[in-house]
Ligand binder design. Structure first.
Ligand code: SF4
Ligand code: SF4
Length: 104
């Protein structure tokens, strides 16, 4: 796996079925970007995860993340660690077929 990966913002990983889990640092960064308090951000944009262990970005089975708008991430500069870690820190079977990085 290359460490010189440059995301092409194709949005494909945003549609992988599942949930986008949030760390405390993610919440602080996203709230700051959206000029909200952390409490306001949590109220407006998060749900309890299915296993009830942490918070996730609101979404639905058809579109797991409400920040994917017109096939682009509306909070890219502050996107969660789960998002920025794909596909170098974690990935899924067949990721090479969907991920379209920028040429190095
Ligand atoms: S936060 Fe952005 S990068 Fe992460 S799943 Fe949502 S739209 Fe995609
Ligand atoms: S699938 Fe790859 S290139 Fe596309 S948004 Fe996700 S990380 Fe970026």
């Amino acid at each position: 796996m290359t460490t010189n990966f440059h995301c092409g913002r194709c949005g494909e990983c945003c549609r992988i079925p599942g949930q986008i889990h949030l760390t405390d640092a993610d919440i602080a960064r996203l709230a700051a970007l959206l000029k909200l308090t952390e409490h306001e951000f949590i109220q407006q944009y998060t749900d309890l995860s299915r296993d009830r262990r942490d918070l996730v970005i609101k979404g639905d089975p058809a579109s797991p993340c409400l920040f994917l708008i017109d096939n682009d991430c509306a909070v890219y500069a502050a996107r969660p660690e789960q998002c920025s870690g794909y596909p170098v820190k974690w990935n899924n079977p067949g990721w090479e077929r969907i991920c379209r990085p920028k040429p190095e």
